[in-house]
Design a protein around this ligand. Structure first.
Ligand SMILES: [Ca+2]
Length: 177
């Protein structure tokens, strides 16, 4: 009886410890400065969300997106291809349209990716707009450029171009590149 009671108490202690560890892990990840600096997200990336909100961003009710004043949107949780609707240009930080994602829908857009903790991160993209778009190795729409034709996608940009994108442009027609 005594042994059994001690066993039960030990089990309760173990379960409590496990619960504390599990519940504190995501918070530690979310506030990690290293995570914010590299742009890698975890569910509920609080540091990134706070930074975007300080620049006028609005967190969506479901907590998955921050919409910036320009209308572009930054995911704060991992996304998939289905999270890129028709009419949007989408960039993911991992292959096969996975990981953190940025998306824009306005023709004539020019944007630097460092503004969203996304400099040198892009590995896959989908251009679901009817307009030509480009991504650039450098900020300010400079350096090596790659065309993203309307209604096309690339599940992996390849070794040479991986984690190189620093800025993007969406044109106002399909004749730019
Ligand atoms: Ca990447």
């Amino acid at each position: 009886m005594r042994l059994r009671s001690r066993t039960v108490r030990a089990l309760v202690l173990l379960i409590t410890l496990f619960a504390v560890i599990v519940s504190s892990a995501p918070a530690a990840l979310a506030t990690s400065p290293a995570g914010a600096a590299t742009g890698h997200s975890s569910p509920g990336n609080a540091a990134l969300t706070a930074a975007l909100q300080s620049r006028g961003g609005t967190l969506s009710p479901d907590g998955r997106w921050v919409a910036m004043p320009s209308g572009m949107q930054v995911s704060v949780v991992p996304m998939v291809l289905a999270d890129c609707p028709s009419g949007w240009l989408c960039l993911w930080d991992s292959a096969s349209f996975t990981g953190r994602m940025l998306r824009w829908s306005s023709p004539g857009t020019r944007d630097d990716l460092s503004a969203y903790g996304f400099n040198d991160q892009m590995t896959s993209w989908a251009n679901k707009t009817n307009y030509d778009a480009r991504w650039f190795y450098d900020a300010g729409f400079a350096g090596t450029a790659r065309c993203m034709q309307p209604l096309t996608s690339l599940s992996n940009v390849g070794t040479t171009d991986n984690d190189k994108a620093s800025s993007i442009a969406i044109y106002t027609d399909g004749a730019a590149c």
